[in-house]
Design a protein around this ligand. Structure first.
Ligand code: SF4
Ligand code: SF4
Length: 145
């Protein structure tokens, strides 16, 4: 666990986490497009998994909408840099659903196209707090055990 004077950190623990499953699972959930259109959370808040050294630097940032999350996963710590600000290309329709202005262009970043499939399964326990698709995929894995 990091010690710091200035608090730009949010802590989370997962008391029931046992040995992490590192199996090769994929996040394929029925109707994911519809879920994403209503959610758009990954376009409203940016999140990166970072190492401990980077976390220490990031938590000293003097910015209101930036913080570090420290997740205790089993006996190890995982750090996430969070920037709580929406993407300028995220738009909302009158019916309340969201869309990306860059969706069909080559300018849409690869990470946007891949998320949440680019999140390794051993981090789903954390990521499920943010992405409903990951939550559903994790539920499916657990129901098969
Ligand atoms: S957070 Fe997950 S469910 Fe929400 S828009 Fe992003 S990928 Fe879709
Ligand atoms: S470029 Fe599009 S998909 Fe990527 S964060 Fe912005 S709105 Fe979301």
């Amino acid at each position: 666990m990091l010690n710091m004077r200035k608090v730009h950190v949010k802590r989370f623990t997962y008391p029931n986490v046992k040995e992490q499953d590192t199996g090769n699972y994929s996040i394929i959930t029925k109707g994911r497009e519809q879920v994403c259109k209503k959610c758009a959370r990954c376009c409203k808040q940016f999140r990166w998994y970072i190492d401990e050294s980077m976390a220490l630097r990031a938590m000293y940032l003097d910015a209101e909408n930036v913080w570090v999350e420290e997740h205790q996963l089993g006996n190890r710590y995982v750090y996430v840099l969070v920037i709580d600000a929406p993407c300028q290309f995220l738009k909302q329709k009158e019916d309340g659903t969201y869309y990306c202005e860059l969706y069909k262009t080559t300018l849409r970043p690869w990470d946007c196209k891949m998320y949440p499939d680019n999140i390794p399964v051993h981090l789903w326990e954390i990521e499920q707090n943010y992405c409903p698709l990951v939550r559903e995929a994790l539920k499916k894995i657990r129901s098969k055990r």
